[in-house]
Write a protein that binds this ligand. Sequence first.
Ligand SMILES: [Zn+2]
Length: 107
Amino acid sequence: MKRESGRHECQNCGREYNNVDVAVKENNVNWPSHFPENGFCVDCGSTNIKHISNEAGFEETFKQYEEKCREILPFYQELGLLTNFEVRNGLRDYEVLRQRVQYNIKH
Ligand SMILES: [Zn+2]
C-alpha cells in the first residue's frame, strides 16, 4: 500500500492528511494528495502535523476495519441500505458518493 508512506496526522485534532498522490492504473484509481500547503491544519490551524509511518500499524488497522465490515455488512444488505462504491478519485468522489447514498435511502 503506497498510500501509507504519505500519511500524516495533526497531533492537535487528529485530522489526517496525505502528501503523496496515489494512483493504481489497473483499477483506475487516482487519489490526489491532500495536505495543507502552508503547513497549517485546515481544521484547527496547528502546525504540529506529523508523518505516520509503520506499515505494521496500518495492516493492523486495516484488518480491524475488514473485520468490522464483515460483521455489519450483512445487516445493511438485508435492509437494502448498502451502497457499493469504489472511491477512485479521492475527495473529488465525495459528492457523487453522497448523492448515491441519499438516493438509496430515499428509494
Ligand atoms: Zn488539526
